[in-house]
Write a protein that binds this ligand. Structure first.
Ligand code: M6R
Length: 606
Protein backbone atom coordinates (compact mmCIF):
# COMPACT_ATOMS: atom_id res chain seq x y z
CA UNK A 1 0.00 0.00 0.00
CA UNK A 2 1.61 3.20 -1.26
CA UNK A 3 4.82 2.86 -3.21
CA UNK A 4 8.18 4.48 -2.59
CA UNK A 5 11.09 4.97 -4.94
CA UNK A 6 14.35 6.85 -4.38
CA UNK A 7 17.30 7.17 -6.75
CA UNK A 8 20.69 8.78 -6.31
CA UNK A 9 22.83 8.79 -9.42
CA UNK A 10 25.31 10.77 -11.50
CA UNK A 11 22.66 11.35 -14.18
CA UNK A 12 19.17 12.91 -14.13
CA UNK A 13 16.66 10.72 -12.30
CA UNK A 14 13.16 12.08 -12.95
CA UNK A 15 12.22 9.79 -15.83
CA UNK A 16 13.58 6.70 -14.02
CA UNK A 17 11.48 7.68 -10.99
CA UNK A 18 8.38 7.99 -13.17
CA UNK A 19 9.05 4.56 -14.72
CA UNK A 20 9.35 2.99 -11.29
CA UNK A 21 6.19 4.73 -10.11
CA UNK A 22 4.33 3.10 -12.99
CA UNK A 23 5.51 -0.29 -11.71
CA UNK A 24 4.52 0.66 -8.18
CA UNK A 25 1.08 1.89 -9.17
CA UNK A 26 -0.48 -1.44 -8.19
CA UNK A 27 0.29 -0.48 -4.56
CA UNK A 28 -1.77 2.73 -4.66
CA UNK A 29 -3.22 5.01 -7.28
CA UNK A 30 -4.94 7.93 -5.54
CA UNK A 31 -2.16 10.39 -6.32
CA UNK A 32 1.50 10.48 -7.28
CA UNK A 33 4.45 12.79 -6.81
CA UNK A 34 8.16 13.31 -7.21
CA UNK A 35 10.77 15.52 -5.54
CA UNK A 36 14.34 16.13 -6.70
CA UNK A 37 17.26 18.21 -5.53
CA UNK A 38 18.93 20.65 -7.88
CA UNK A 39 21.18 23.58 -7.16
CA UNK A 40 20.57 23.20 -3.45
CA UNK A 41 16.76 23.40 -3.75
CA UNK A 42 14.03 20.85 -3.30
CA UNK A 43 11.63 20.80 -6.26
CA UNK A 44 8.45 18.87 -5.91
CA UNK A 45 5.57 18.11 -8.23
CA UNK A 46 2.43 16.15 -7.41
CA UNK A 47 -0.86 15.18 -9.02
CA UNK A 48 -4.15 13.71 -8.00
CA UNK A 49 -4.92 10.33 -9.61
CA UNK A 50 -2.63 8.21 -11.74
CA UNK A 51 1.03 8.51 -12.69
CA UNK A 52 -0.18 9.55 -16.16
CA UNK A 53 -1.43 12.81 -14.64
CA UNK A 54 1.89 13.37 -12.93
CA UNK A 55 3.70 12.83 -16.18
CA UNK A 56 1.45 15.38 -17.92
CA UNK A 57 2.21 17.91 -15.19
CA UNK A 58 5.90 17.27 -15.64
CA UNK A 59 5.62 18.37 -19.27
CA UNK A 60 4.67 21.86 -18.07
CA UNK A 61 6.96 22.07 -15.08
CA UNK A 62 10.17 20.17 -15.63
CA UNK A 63 12.06 19.18 -12.51
CA UNK A 64 15.45 17.53 -12.72
CA UNK A 65 18.27 16.51 -10.44
CA UNK A 66 20.57 13.55 -9.92
CA UNK A 67 18.78 12.57 -6.72
CA UNK A 68 15.08 12.23 -6.08
CA UNK A 69 12.20 10.42 -4.43
CA UNK A 70 8.77 9.46 -5.74
CA UNK A 71 5.54 8.07 -4.36
CA UNK A 72 2.19 6.60 -5.32
CA UNK A 73 -0.42 6.94 -2.61
CA UNK A 74 -3.24 4.91 -1.13
CA UNK A 75 -4.89 7.45 1.15
CA UNK A 76 -5.03 6.86 4.90
CA UNK A 77 -5.03 10.35 6.48
CA UNK A 78 -6.62 13.00 4.29
CA UNK A 79 -8.57 12.75 1.06
CA UNK A 80 -6.77 11.79 -2.14
CA UNK A 81 -5.91 15.19 -3.62
CA UNK A 82 -2.78 17.02 -4.76
CA UNK A 83 -2.08 18.71 -1.42
CA UNK A 84 -2.16 15.41 0.42
CA UNK A 85 -0.06 13.65 -2.23
CA UNK A 86 3.54 12.79 -1.34
CA UNK A 87 6.34 13.89 -1.24
CA UNK A 88 5.79 16.39 1.56
CA UNK A 89 8.54 18.94 1.90
CA UNK A 90 9.87 21.78 4.03
CA UNK A 91 12.69 23.99 2.85
CA UNK A 92 15.09 21.50 4.42
CA UNK A 93 13.75 18.00 3.67
CA UNK A 94 11.35 16.07 1.47
CA UNK A 95 9.67 12.87 2.65
CA UNK A 96 7.77 9.95 1.13
CA UNK A 97 6.00 7.61 3.51
CA UNK A 98 4.08 4.33 3.54
CA UNK A 99 2.09 3.38 6.62
CA UNK A 100 0.49 5.29 9.47
CA UNK A 101 1.98 7.54 12.17
CA UNK A 102 -0.29 6.79 15.11
CA UNK A 103 0.83 9.69 17.32
CA UNK A 104 0.68 12.30 14.54
CA UNK A 105 -1.92 14.44 16.37
CA UNK A 106 0.27 14.80 19.48
CA UNK A 107 3.38 15.48 17.43
CA UNK A 108 1.54 18.01 15.27
CA UNK A 109 0.42 19.99 18.34
CA UNK A 110 4.00 20.08 19.62
CA UNK A 111 5.38 21.16 16.23
CA UNK A 112 2.73 23.86 15.73
CA UNK A 113 3.77 25.29 19.11
CA UNK A 114 7.34 25.38 17.77
CA UNK A 115 6.11 27.51 14.86
CA UNK A 116 5.75 24.92 12.10
CA UNK A 117 2.98 25.48 9.57
CA UNK A 118 1.12 22.48 8.12
CA UNK A 119 -0.32 22.41 4.60
CA UNK A 120 -1.90 18.97 4.30
CA UNK A 121 -4.22 16.69 6.28
CA UNK A 122 -1.68 13.88 6.28
CA UNK A 123 0.15 12.23 9.14
CA UNK A 124 3.26 12.24 6.93
CA UNK A 125 3.76 15.98 7.17
CA UNK A 126 4.53 15.54 10.87
CA UNK A 127 7.67 13.63 9.84
CA UNK A 128 8.79 16.50 7.62
CA UNK A 129 8.52 19.07 10.42
CA UNK A 130 9.89 16.78 13.09
CA UNK A 131 13.07 16.05 11.18
CA UNK A 132 13.38 19.73 10.18
CA UNK A 133 13.15 20.65 13.87
CA UNK A 134 15.64 17.99 14.98
CA UNK A 135 18.18 19.00 12.32
CA UNK A 136 18.41 22.44 13.95
CA UNK A 137 20.31 20.94 16.87
CA UNK A 138 21.55 17.52 15.77
CA UNK A 139 23.64 16.03 13.02
CA UNK A 140 21.85 13.98 10.38
CA UNK A 141 22.30 10.55 11.95
CA UNK A 142 21.22 11.67 15.40
CA UNK A 143 18.25 13.52 13.95
CA UNK A 144 17.14 10.29 12.26
CA UNK A 145 17.60 8.26 15.42
CA UNK A 146 15.68 10.78 17.52
CA UNK A 147 12.92 11.06 14.91
CA UNK A 148 12.48 7.27 14.70
CA UNK A 149 12.19 7.07 18.49
CA UNK A 150 9.42 9.65 18.49
CA UNK A 151 7.33 8.09 15.72
CA UNK A 152 4.71 5.51 16.73
CA UNK A 153 3.03 3.25 14.21
CA UNK A 154 4.20 1.49 11.10
CA UNK A 155 6.09 3.04 8.27
CA UNK A 156 8.61 2.93 5.49
CA UNK A 157 10.28 6.26 4.75
CA UNK A 158 12.40 7.84 2.05
CA UNK A 159 13.92 11.25 2.85
CA UNK A 160 16.12 13.66 0.89
CA UNK A 161 17.84 16.70 2.38
CA UNK A 162 18.46 20.13 0.84
CA UNK A 163 22.05 20.18 2.10
CA UNK A 164 22.91 16.61 1.10
CA UNK A 165 23.18 16.39 -2.70
CA UNK A 166 23.95 12.65 -2.67
CA UNK A 167 22.06 11.05 0.17
CA UNK A 168 18.69 9.35 0.70
CA UNK A 169 17.65 8.07 4.09
CA UNK A 170 15.42 5.00 4.19
CA UNK A 171 13.81 3.66 7.37
CA UNK A 172 11.53 0.75 8.06
CA UNK A 173 9.12 -0.20 10.80
CA UNK A 174 6.30 -2.51 9.76
CA UNK A 175 6.20 -1.56 6.06
CA UNK A 176 8.63 -3.20 3.64
CA UNK A 177 11.63 -1.38 2.17
CA UNK A 178 14.42 -2.54 -0.14
CA UNK A 179 17.70 -1.10 -1.34
CA UNK A 180 18.95 -1.77 -4.88
CA UNK A 181 22.50 -1.48 -6.19
CA UNK A 182 23.32 -0.16 -9.66
CA UNK A 183 26.36 1.10 -11.55
CA UNK A 184 27.19 4.53 -10.07
CA UNK A 185 23.71 4.77 -8.66
CA UNK A 186 21.72 3.18 -5.88
CA UNK A 187 18.04 2.92 -5.13
CA UNK A 188 15.44 2.73 -2.43
CA UNK A 189 12.12 1.03 -3.15
CA UNK A 190 9.10 -0.32 -1.35
CA UNK A 191 9.55 -3.63 -3.12
CA UNK A 192 11.91 -5.35 -5.52
CA UNK A 193 9.33 -5.05 -8.31
CA UNK A 194 9.93 -1.29 -8.41
CA UNK A 195 13.67 -1.85 -8.72
CA UNK A 196 13.79 -4.82 -11.04
CA UNK A 197 14.06 -2.83 -14.27
CA UNK A 198 17.18 -1.13 -12.84
CA UNK A 199 18.89 -3.88 -10.87
CA UNK A 200 18.61 -7.45 -9.66
CA UNK A 201 20.93 -6.83 -6.66
CA UNK A 202 18.86 -6.11 -3.64
CA UNK A 203 18.99 -5.95 0.18
CA UNK A 204 15.99 -5.76 2.48
CA UNK A 205 15.72 -3.68 5.63
CA UNK A 206 14.41 -5.43 8.71
CA UNK A 207 12.06 -3.80 11.18
CA UNK A 208 13.67 -0.95 13.12
CA UNK A 209 16.55 -0.52 10.69
CA UNK A 210 17.47 2.50 8.64
CA UNK A 211 19.91 3.13 5.81
CA UNK A 212 21.84 5.92 4.18
CA UNK A 213 21.95 5.48 0.42
CA UNK A 214 24.57 7.33 -1.62
CA UNK A 215 25.31 6.72 -5.29
CA UNK A 216 28.47 4.71 -4.60
CA UNK A 217 27.85 3.49 -1.08
CA UNK A 218 25.03 2.23 1.14
CA UNK A 219 25.23 1.95 4.94
CA UNK A 220 22.73 0.15 7.13
CA UNK A 221 22.07 0.78 10.84
CA UNK A 222 20.06 -0.90 13.57
CA UNK A 223 17.64 1.00 15.78
CA UNK A 224 20.40 2.10 18.15
CA UNK A 225 22.47 3.50 15.30
CA UNK A 226 25.07 0.72 15.13
CA UNK A 227 26.29 -0.06 11.64
CA UNK A 228 25.17 -3.49 10.37
CA UNK A 229 26.06 -5.64 7.37
CA UNK A 230 23.45 -6.76 4.89
CA UNK A 231 23.35 -9.64 2.47
CA UNK A 232 23.01 -8.64 -1.17
CA UNK A 233 20.52 -10.94 -2.87
CA UNK A 234 20.59 -11.62 -6.60
CA UNK A 235 17.04 -11.87 -7.88
CA UNK A 236 16.37 -13.82 -11.00
CA UNK A 237 13.33 -12.79 -12.93
CA UNK A 238 11.67 -13.27 -16.23
CA UNK A 239 10.73 -9.79 -17.46
CA UNK A 240 7.75 -11.24 -19.39
CA UNK A 241 6.12 -12.18 -16.11
CA UNK A 242 5.74 -8.48 -15.46
CA UNK A 243 4.12 -7.61 -18.79
CA UNK A 244 0.52 -8.00 -19.94
CA UNK A 245 1.55 -9.41 -23.32
CA UNK A 246 -1.48 -9.70 -25.61
CA UNK A 247 -3.94 -9.52 -22.73
CA UNK A 248 -6.04 -6.44 -22.06
CA UNK A 249 -5.54 -6.76 -18.32
CA UNK A 250 -3.18 -8.49 -15.90
CA UNK A 251 -6.20 -10.16 -14.32
CA UNK A 252 -7.14 -11.80 -17.65
CA UNK A 253 -3.55 -12.97 -18.09
CA UNK A 254 -3.35 -14.27 -14.55
CA UNK A 255 -6.60 -16.23 -14.87
CA UNK A 256 -5.43 -17.82 -18.12
CA UNK A 257 -2.00 -18.63 -16.69
CA UNK A 258 -3.47 -20.85 -13.99
CA UNK A 259 -2.92 -24.20 -15.74
CA UNK A 260 0.76 -23.31 -16.15
CA UNK A 261 1.27 -21.94 -12.65
CA UNK A 262 -0.38 -25.02 -11.15
CA UNK A 263 1.79 -27.25 -13.31
CA UNK A 264 4.94 -25.41 -12.20
CA UNK A 265 3.97 -25.70 -8.59
CA UNK A 266 3.16 -29.40 -8.91
CA UNK A 267 6.58 -29.92 -10.52
CA UNK A 268 8.24 -28.26 -7.52
CA UNK A 269 6.52 -30.44 -4.94
CA UNK A 270 5.69 -33.78 -6.57
CA UNK A 271 8.18 -36.47 -7.38
CA UNK A 272 6.28 -37.71 -10.40
CA UNK A 273 8.08 -41.01 -10.82
CA UNK A 274 7.45 -42.19 -7.28
CA UNK A 275 4.15 -40.34 -6.82
CA UNK A 276 5.49 -38.76 -3.67
CA UNK A 277 5.15 -35.25 -2.26
CA UNK A 278 8.52 -33.73 -1.40
CA UNK A 279 8.51 -31.10 1.28
CA UNK A 280 12.19 -30.69 2.10
CA UNK A 281 13.57 -29.62 5.47
CA UNK A 282 10.23 -29.52 7.25
CA UNK A 283 11.62 -28.59 10.68
CA UNK A 284 9.25 -30.42 13.02
CA UNK A 285 8.69 -34.04 13.95
CA UNK A 286 5.30 -35.63 13.62
CA UNK A 287 4.64 -35.78 17.36
CA UNK A 288 5.54 -32.11 17.84
CA UNK A 289 2.36 -30.97 16.07
CA UNK A 290 -1.14 -31.85 17.16
CA UNK A 291 -3.01 -28.84 15.82
CA UNK A 292 -2.82 -26.26 13.09
CA UNK A 293 -3.90 -22.62 13.02
CA UNK A 294 -4.27 -21.01 9.59
CA UNK A 295 -4.18 -17.23 9.30
CA UNK A 296 -4.65 -14.83 6.37
CA UNK A 297 -6.69 -11.91 4.99
CA UNK A 298 -9.14 -11.63 2.11
CA UNK A 299 -8.62 -14.24 -0.57
CA UNK A 300 -5.75 -15.78 1.39
CA UNK A 301 -8.15 -16.28 4.30
CA UNK A 302 -10.52 -18.12 1.96
CA UNK A 303 -7.72 -20.52 1.08
CA UNK A 304 -7.20 -21.08 4.82
CA UNK A 305 -10.90 -21.87 5.13
CA UNK A 306 -10.65 -24.32 2.24
CA UNK A 307 -7.70 -25.96 3.97
CA UNK A 308 -9.71 -26.42 7.16
CA UNK A 309 -12.17 -28.63 5.29
CA UNK A 310 -9.34 -30.67 3.75
CA UNK A 311 -7.45 -30.95 7.05
CA UNK A 312 -10.54 -32.32 8.76
CA UNK A 313 -11.25 -34.71 5.91
CA UNK A 314 -7.72 -36.04 5.39
CA UNK A 315 -5.97 -35.79 8.77
CA UNK A 316 -6.79 -36.13 12.46
CA UNK A 317 -5.16 -32.80 13.30
CA UNK A 318 -7.21 -30.16 15.11
CA UNK A 319 -7.50 -27.14 12.92
CA UNK A 320 -8.71 -23.59 13.32
CA UNK A 321 -8.64 -20.57 11.06
CA UNK A 322 -8.39 -16.89 11.76
CA UNK A 323 -8.55 -13.55 10.01
CA UNK A 324 -5.19 -11.92 10.74
CA UNK A 325 -6.63 -8.56 11.83
CA UNK A 326 -8.72 -10.39 14.46
CA UNK A 327 -6.04 -12.82 15.56
CA UNK A 328 -3.45 -10.13 16.26
CA UNK A 329 -5.55 -8.40 18.93
CA UNK A 330 -7.34 -11.37 20.50
CA UNK A 331 -6.38 -12.99 23.73
CA UNK A 332 -4.99 -16.08 22.00
CA UNK A 333 -4.17 -19.31 23.79
CA UNK A 334 -0.78 -20.11 22.30
CA UNK A 335 -0.05 -23.81 22.23
CA UNK A 336 3.43 -25.28 21.95
CA UNK A 337 2.22 -28.18 19.84
CA UNK A 338 0.40 -25.97 17.33
CA UNK A 339 1.74 -25.10 13.92
CA UNK A 340 0.77 -21.54 12.88
CA UNK A 341 0.51 -21.21 9.10
CA UNK A 342 0.39 -17.76 7.50
CA UNK A 343 -0.98 -17.49 3.98
CA UNK A 344 -0.22 -14.41 1.88
CA UNK A 345 0.37 -13.76 -1.80
CA UNK A 346 2.48 -10.64 -1.26
CA UNK A 347 4.02 -11.76 2.02
CA UNK A 348 3.76 -8.12 3.12
CA UNK A 349 0.19 -7.80 4.39
CA UNK A 350 0.48 -5.78 7.60
CA UNK A 351 -2.09 -7.71 9.63
CA UNK A 352 -0.77 -11.10 8.57
CA UNK A 353 2.77 -9.99 9.34
CA UNK A 354 1.71 -8.71 12.77
CA UNK A 355 0.00 -12.04 13.54
CA UNK A 356 3.20 -13.87 12.53
CA UNK A 357 5.31 -11.53 14.62
CA UNK A 358 3.07 -12.17 17.62
CA UNK A 359 3.51 -15.93 17.19
CA UNK A 360 7.27 -15.58 16.79
CA UNK A 361 7.45 -13.49 19.96
CA UNK A 362 5.59 -16.26 21.78
CA UNK A 363 8.06 -18.83 20.40
CA UNK A 364 5.46 -20.65 18.35
CA UNK A 365 6.19 -22.83 15.32
CA UNK A 366 5.53 -20.67 12.27
CA UNK A 367 5.28 -21.54 8.58
CA UNK A 368 4.21 -19.40 5.67
CA UNK A 369 2.70 -20.02 2.27
CA UNK A 370 3.64 -17.09 0.06
CA UNK A 371 4.12 -16.10 -3.55
CA UNK A 372 6.86 -13.51 -2.99
CA UNK A 373 9.69 -15.47 -1.44
CA UNK A 374 11.78 -12.41 -0.57
CA UNK A 375 8.86 -10.94 1.40
CA UNK A 376 8.84 -10.08 5.12
CA UNK A 377 6.44 -12.90 5.99
CA UNK A 378 8.63 -15.45 4.19
CA UNK A 379 11.81 -14.12 5.78
CA UNK A 380 10.44 -14.12 9.30
CA UNK A 381 8.72 -17.54 9.32
CA UNK A 382 10.47 -20.66 10.57
CA UNK A 383 9.57 -22.48 7.37
CA UNK A 384 8.38 -21.31 3.93
CA UNK A 385 6.35 -23.05 1.25
CA UNK A 386 6.32 -20.94 -1.94
CA UNK A 387 3.38 -21.20 -4.34
CA UNK A 388 5.53 -20.65 -7.46
CA UNK A 389 2.94 -18.57 -9.33
CA UNK A 390 5.12 -15.79 -10.69
CA UNK A 391 4.18 -12.17 -10.05
CA UNK A 392 0.51 -11.40 -9.55
CA UNK A 393 -0.09 -7.78 -10.53
CA UNK A 394 -3.89 -7.48 -10.78
CA UNK A 395 -5.30 -6.29 -7.45
CA UNK A 396 -7.87 -9.08 -7.52
CA UNK A 397 -6.07 -12.22 -6.49
CA UNK A 398 -6.67 -15.14 -8.87
CA UNK A 399 -3.76 -17.44 -9.68
CA UNK A 400 -2.37 -16.95 -6.18
CA UNK A 401 -5.62 -18.30 -4.72
CA UNK A 402 -5.34 -21.54 -6.69
CA UNK A 403 -1.62 -21.67 -5.81
CA UNK A 404 -2.31 -21.23 -2.10
CA UNK A 405 -4.98 -23.92 -2.16
CA UNK A 406 -2.64 -26.25 -4.05
CA UNK A 407 0.25 -25.87 -1.61
CA UNK A 408 -2.06 -26.22 1.37
CA UNK A 409 -3.53 -29.38 -0.15
CA UNK A 410 -0.05 -30.82 -0.77
CA UNK A 411 0.96 -30.08 2.82
CA UNK A 412 -2.23 -31.69 4.11
CA UNK A 413 -1.69 -34.85 2.04
CA UNK A 414 1.92 -35.02 3.24
CA UNK A 415 0.98 -34.59 6.91
CA UNK A 416 -1.84 -37.08 6.39
CA UNK A 417 0.50 -39.80 5.13
CA UNK A 418 3.28 -39.07 7.65
CA UNK A 419 0.86 -39.22 10.54
CA UNK A 420 -0.73 -42.42 9.26
CA UNK A 421 -4.10 -40.68 8.84
CA UNK A 422 -4.16 -41.40 5.09
CA UNK A 423 -3.80 -44.83 3.52
CA UNK A 424 -0.89 -45.12 1.05
CA UNK A 425 -3.20 -46.24 -1.75
CA UNK A 426 -5.46 -43.19 -1.31
CA UNK A 427 -2.45 -40.90 -1.05
CA UNK A 428 -1.02 -42.16 -4.35
CA UNK A 429 -4.43 -41.95 -6.02
CA UNK A 430 -4.82 -38.32 -4.91
CA UNK A 431 -1.37 -37.44 -6.22
CA UNK A 432 -2.23 -38.98 -9.57
CA UNK A 433 -5.42 -36.89 -9.69
CA UNK A 434 -3.46 -33.78 -8.79
CA UNK A 435 -1.21 -34.24 -11.78
CA UNK A 436 -4.30 -33.99 -13.98
CA UNK A 437 -5.52 -30.80 -12.31
CA UNK A 438 -3.80 -28.28 -14.67
CA UNK A 439 -5.50 -29.89 -17.68
CA UNK A 440 -8.89 -29.78 -15.95
CA UNK A 441 -8.40 -26.10 -15.11
CA UNK A 442 -7.45 -25.49 -18.74
CA UNK A 443 -10.67 -27.14 -19.91
CA UNK A 444 -12.72 -25.20 -17.37
CA UNK A 445 -11.32 -21.95 -18.76
CA UNK A 446 -13.38 -22.70 -21.87
CA UNK A 447 -16.65 -21.86 -20.09
CA UNK A 448 -15.92 -18.34 -21.32
CA UNK A 449 -18.94 -17.69 -23.59
CA UNK A 450 -21.55 -18.68 -21.06
CA UNK A 451 -19.94 -16.49 -18.41
CA UNK A 452 -19.77 -13.52 -20.75
CA UNK A 453 -23.48 -13.76 -21.43
CA UNK A 454 -24.60 -14.24 -17.78
CA UNK A 455 -22.45 -11.30 -16.65
CA UNK A 456 -24.98 -8.96 -18.36
CA UNK A 457 -27.54 -9.91 -15.71
CA UNK A 458 -25.10 -9.43 -12.82
CA UNK A 459 -24.17 -5.92 -13.92
CA UNK A 460 -27.80 -4.83 -13.92
CA UNK A 461 -28.67 -6.37 -10.54
CA UNK A 462 -28.74 -4.50 -7.21
CA UNK A 463 -26.85 -7.37 -5.64
CA UNK A 464 -26.25 -11.09 -5.78
CA UNK A 465 -25.60 -14.11 -3.58
CA UNK A 466 -23.13 -16.97 -3.84
CA UNK A 467 -24.14 -20.18 -2.10
CA UNK A 468 -22.27 -23.38 -1.34
CA UNK A 469 -21.91 -26.06 1.31
CA UNK A 470 -18.86 -27.94 2.55
CA UNK A 471 -15.92 -27.64 0.17
CA UNK A 472 -17.91 -25.19 -1.94
CA UNK A 473 -18.61 -22.73 0.87
CA UNK A 474 -15.13 -21.05 0.89
CA UNK A 475 -15.36 -20.84 -2.90
CA UNK A 476 -18.74 -19.09 -2.61
CA UNK A 477 -17.11 -16.53 -0.32
CA UNK A 478 -14.27 -16.07 -2.77
CA UNK A 479 -16.66 -15.67 -5.74
CA UNK A 480 -18.60 -12.99 -3.87
CA UNK A 481 -15.40 -11.17 -2.85
CA UNK A 482 -14.20 -11.10 -6.47
CA UNK A 483 -17.49 -9.65 -7.70
CA UNK A 484 -17.68 -6.96 -4.97
CA UNK A 485 -14.08 -5.99 -5.56
CA UNK A 486 -14.46 -5.54 -9.31
CA UNK A 487 -18.13 -4.70 -9.94
CA UNK A 488 -18.68 -2.43 -6.89
CA UNK A 489 -22.04 -4.10 -6.20
CA UNK A 490 -23.02 -5.97 -3.09
CA UNK A 491 -22.40 -9.71 -3.37
CA UNK A 492 -22.71 -12.06 -0.45
CA UNK A 493 -21.22 -15.50 -0.01
CA UNK A 494 -23.25 -17.73 2.30
CA UNK A 495 -23.46 -21.35 3.41
CA UNK A 496 -26.45 -22.59 1.41
CA UNK A 497 -27.94 -24.29 4.48
CA UNK A 498 -28.06 -20.99 6.41
CA UNK A 499 -30.28 -19.13 3.97
CA UNK A 500 -33.50 -19.91 5.77
CA UNK A 501 -32.09 -18.44 8.99
CA UNK A 502 -32.27 -14.91 7.62
CA UNK A 503 -30.72 -14.11 4.24
CA UNK A 504 -33.59 -15.74 2.33
CA UNK A 505 -35.42 -12.47 3.04
CA UNK A 506 -33.04 -10.78 0.58
CA UNK A 507 -34.14 -12.86 -2.36
CA UNK A 508 -36.46 -11.06 -4.72
CA UNK A 509 -37.70 -11.56 -8.23
CA UNK A 510 -34.87 -11.69 -10.75
CA UNK A 511 -31.99 -11.53 -8.25
CA UNK A 512 -29.00 -13.46 -9.63
CA UNK A 513 -27.81 -16.20 -7.26
CA UNK A 514 -24.80 -18.42 -7.94
CA UNK A 515 -25.23 -21.91 -6.51
CA UNK A 516 -22.12 -24.09 -6.29
CA UNK A 517 -23.32 -27.68 -6.23
CA UNK A 518 -20.73 -30.16 -7.44
CA UNK A 519 -21.64 -33.82 -7.15
CA UNK A 520 -20.07 -34.30 -3.73
CA UNK A 521 -21.47 -35.33 -0.34
CA UNK A 522 -23.41 -32.11 -0.05
CA UNK A 523 -24.92 -32.17 -3.52
CA UNK A 524 -28.49 -33.20 -2.69
CA UNK A 525 -28.71 -30.78 0.24
CA UNK A 526 -27.43 -27.89 -1.85
CA UNK A 527 -29.90 -28.66 -4.62
CA UNK A 528 -32.73 -28.46 -2.06
CA UNK A 529 -31.43 -25.06 -0.91
CA UNK A 530 -31.25 -24.00 -4.55
CA UNK A 531 -34.90 -24.88 -5.02
CA UNK A 532 -35.79 -22.71 -2.04
CA UNK A 533 -34.21 -19.63 -3.65
CA UNK A 534 -35.70 -20.43 -7.08
CA UNK A 535 -39.13 -20.66 -5.44
CA UNK A 536 -38.63 -17.08 -4.23
CA UNK A 537 -37.84 -15.69 -7.66
CA UNK A 538 -34.02 -15.95 -7.82
CA UNK A 539 -32.33 -16.41 -11.19
CA UNK A 540 -29.98 -19.27 -10.39
CA UNK A 541 -26.66 -19.79 -12.11
CA UNK A 542 -25.82 -23.35 -11.11
CA UNK A 543 -22.19 -24.38 -11.25
CA UNK A 544 -21.70 -28.10 -10.97
CA UNK A 545 -19.42 -30.74 -12.46
CA UNK A 546 -20.04 -32.89 -15.51
CA UNK A 547 -21.97 -36.07 -14.80
CA UNK A 548 -24.18 -38.61 -16.54
CA UNK A 549 -27.06 -37.79 -14.18
CA UNK A 550 -29.08 -34.74 -15.00
CA UNK A 551 -29.68 -32.17 -12.24
CA UNK A 552 -33.14 -32.83 -10.84
CA UNK A 553 -34.57 -29.34 -10.51
CA UNK A 554 -36.72 -27.09 -12.61
CA UNK A 555 -36.38 -23.43 -13.46
CA UNK A 556 -32.61 -23.20 -13.27
CA UNK A 557 -31.74 -20.02 -15.15
CA UNK A 558 -28.25 -21.03 -16.34
CA UNK A 559 -25.95 -23.98 -15.77
CA UNK A 560 -22.18 -24.29 -16.09
CA UNK A 561 -20.49 -27.66 -15.84
CA UNK A 562 -16.86 -27.87 -14.89
CA UNK A 563 -14.76 -30.97 -15.51
CA UNK A 564 -15.18 -34.02 -13.33
CA UNK A 565 -12.43 -34.99 -10.92
CA UNK A 566 -12.07 -36.17 -7.36
CA UNK A 567 -14.12 -34.21 -4.79
CA UNK A 568 -11.09 -32.64 -3.14
CA UNK A 569 -10.09 -30.90 -6.35
CA UNK A 570 -13.47 -29.61 -7.47
CA UNK A 571 -13.00 -26.32 -5.53
CA UNK A 572 -10.17 -25.40 -7.93
CA UNK A 573 -12.46 -25.87 -10.91
CA UNK A 574 -15.46 -24.10 -9.37
CA UNK A 575 -13.30 -21.02 -8.75
CA UNK A 576 -12.46 -20.42 -12.41
CA UNK A 577 -15.95 -19.42 -13.70
CA UNK A 578 -16.34 -17.12 -10.68
CA UNK A 579 -13.10 -15.32 -11.49
CA UNK A 580 -14.31 -14.88 -15.06
CA UNK A 581 -17.73 -13.71 -13.93
CA UNK A 582 -16.12 -10.88 -11.94
CA UNK A 583 -13.76 -10.08 -14.80
CA UNK A 584 -16.39 -9.87 -17.54
CA UNK A 585 -18.87 -7.99 -15.34
CA UNK A 586 -16.28 -5.28 -14.66
CA UNK A 587 -15.18 -5.28 -18.29
CA UNK A 588 -18.75 -4.63 -19.46
CA UNK A 589 -19.02 -1.76 -17.00
CA UNK A 590 -15.74 -0.33 -18.25
CA UNK A 591 -14.19 -0.36 -14.78
CA UNK A 592 -10.48 -0.35 -14.10
CA UNK A 593 -10.06 -4.08 -13.65
CA UNK A 594 -6.45 -4.22 -12.50
CA UNK A 595 -6.86 -1.26 -10.14
CA UNK A 596 -10.33 -1.36 -8.62
CA UNK A 597 -11.46 1.73 -6.76
CA UNK A 598 -10.29 2.27 -3.17
CA UNK A 599 -8.06 -0.82 -3.17
CA UNK A 600 -4.38 -1.64 -3.56
CA UNK A 601 -2.49 -4.85 -4.11
CA UNK A 602 -0.25 -5.07 -1.11
CA UNK A 603 -2.03 -4.03 2.07
CA UNK A 604 0.84 -2.80 4.21
CA UNK A 605 -1.26 -0.74 6.62
CA UNK A 606 -3.55 -2.26 9.19
O1 M6R B 1 -1.01 -10.44 -0.23
P1 M6R B 1 -2.05 -11.15 0.59
O2 M6R B 1 -2.42 -12.47 0.03
O3 M6R B 1 -1.69 -11.23 2.03
O4 M6R B 1 -3.34 -10.23 0.48
C1 M6R B 1 -4.47 -10.51 1.24
C2 M6R B 1 -5.66 -9.73 0.73
O5 M6R B 1 -5.42 -8.36 0.82
C3 M6R B 1 -5.99 -10.06 -0.74
O6 M6R B 1 -6.19 -11.43 -0.91
C4 M6R B 1 -7.26 -9.32 -1.18
O7 M6R B 1 -8.36 -9.78 -0.48
C5 M6R B 1 -7.43 -9.46 -2.68
N1 M6R B 1 -7.45 -8.17 -3.30
C6 M6R B 1 -8.67 -10.19 -3.08
O8 M6R B 1 -8.76 -10.33 -4.46
Amino acid sequence: MCGIIGITSNKPVTSAIINSLRKLEYRGYDSAGVATLSNGFINEIKSEGRVDNLEKNLLNKKIEGTIGIGHVRWATHGIPNTVNAHPHSSETVSVVHNGIIENSTTLKKYLIKKGHKFKSQTDTEVIVHLITELLKENDLKNSILKMLKQLHGSFALGIIFKDQPDLIVGARRGSPLAVGYGPNENYLGSDSYALKSMTNKISYLNDGEFCIVKKNEVNFFDETGNKINKKVLELSSNEQDYEKGDFKHFMAKEIEEQPITLKNCIKEYIDSINNEISIHNFPWKNKEISSVVLIGCGTAYHSCMMAKYWFEELTTLDVSIDIASEFRYRNNRFKKDSLYIFVSQSGETADTYAALDLCNKNNMKTASIVNVIESSIARDSNFVLPIHCGPEIGVASTKAFLGQMLVLYLLILKLGIIRGDLKKVNYVEKIKDLKKLPKFVEDTLLTENKIQSVSSTFIKAKGSMFLGRGFSYPIALEGALKLKELLYVHAEGYPAGEMKHGPLALIEDGMPVVVLAPRDNYYKKTISNMQEVIARGAKVLLITNKSNDDVVSENIWQKIEVENTNEDLLPFLLTVPLQKLAYYSALKKGYDIDKPRNLAKSVTVE
